[in-house]
Design a protein around this ligand. Structure first.
Ligand SMILES: [Zn+2]
Length: 310
């Protein structure tokens, strides 16, 4: 892509920032926290080059069906597009919020305005922030409104991250969900420079998030971080912009996790494929809850949890 004038506006600067001779050095230049910390001290699943697959099992390979599979633990029978339709099924976040010890302790900060439907704002009972001004807007929210993204229906991730981390510091929820969208938007726009930049920026936010929770006694040593994706993208030249049912590569996602309940397994290789649908029960298991027992349709948790200490 670095050679393609159609994809790259600043080939020299992008090459300098991200090109390295080996794939190991390139991926560390792109996402240093993911590769340097999570993949070493936690777990990383989904590197197809070493025989690790996490598969999207819904046939659409687009966002809402992917988020349904991810957050509900099974592919939807009815959600087949990104239309703003309220999710009929409670997500694992809503299920957790109904558990006694999670009441008023779940929150979601999202860049995409379909999340109030995916998470079902009318029913779910926990706050879902998608960058609206609200009644007494903060500076971040005024900037969100005054610096609109070029894309329909989503705000820049920087506003999601900074508003969300402020909420985390102040309210200290037990479960916090961030949903970022810049990488997907830049790649649909065919802007490879910004695609790479936004990956690196998101990686830096994950690091900041992890360091923030380690700096707070409420979270330190008892908090897990799980990072994943609603779909893959094309893995053929020229296909990196796209993802749908016909795109080769769009079925492959990855899951990264770190924390005291995550075994220090490192990067997975050579195993039977895992599924996107396993993420919902994994999230519940990381906070000590059995989602599959309550929702039998949901897939089993990923086998990433540490054995409980005696
Ligand atoms: Zn997309």
């Amino acid at each position: 892509m670095l050679e393609s004038k159609a994809d790259t506006r600043q080939p020299q600067a992008t090459r300098k920032a991200f090109w390295r001779d080996s794939v190991e050095d390139r991926r560390r230049a792109l996402m240093p926290f993911l590769w340097g910390t999570i993949a070493r001290e936690g777990q990383l699943l989904g590197n197809v080059d070493v025989g690790s697959q996490v598969l999207v099992t819904n046939p659409y390979k687009i966002s809402y069906p992917g988020y349904h599979e991810l957050l509900n633990g099974f592919p939807s029978d009815t959600i087949d597009s990104n239309k703003r339709v309220a999710n009929p099924n409670p997500t694992v976040l809503e299920w957790l919020h109904r558990r006694p010890t999670f009441q008023d302790s779940v929150a979601a900060y999202c860049s995409w305005d379909v999340f109030p439907f995916i998470l079902n704002r009318e029913r779910c009972g926990f706050p879902i922030d998608v960058g609206e001004m609200g009644e007494s807007p903060t500076l971040i929210r005024r900037l969100t409104a005054d610096l609109p993204s070029p894309w329909q229906g989503s705000v820049y991730d920087a506003f999601v991250f900074h508003a969300g981390i402020e909420y985390l510091r102040e309210k200290k929820p037990r479960v916090m969900y961030f949903a970022f969208g810049d990488t997907d938007e830049w790649s649909h726009s065919g802007d490879y420079d910004n695609y790479l930049e936004s990956l690196r920026r998101t990686d830096a936010w994950l690091k900041r998030l992890w360091e923030t929770v380690q700096s707070m006694p409420e979270y330190r040593g008892k908090t897990s971080l799980l990072v994943t994706s609603d779909h893959g993208r094309g893995d053929q030249p020229g296909e990196w912009r796209n993802h749908n049912s016909k795109t080769h590569g769009a079925s492959y996602i990855w899951v990264a996790a770190i924390g005291p309940r995550v075994a220090g397994h490192g990067e997975w290789s050579e195993h039977e494929p895992f599924m996107q649908a396993q993420v919902a029960a994994t999230v519940a298991a990381l906070v000590g809850e059995d989602y599959k027992a309550a929702v039998p349709r949901a897939a089993a948790p990923l086998p990433i949890l540490a054995e409980p200490s005696q």
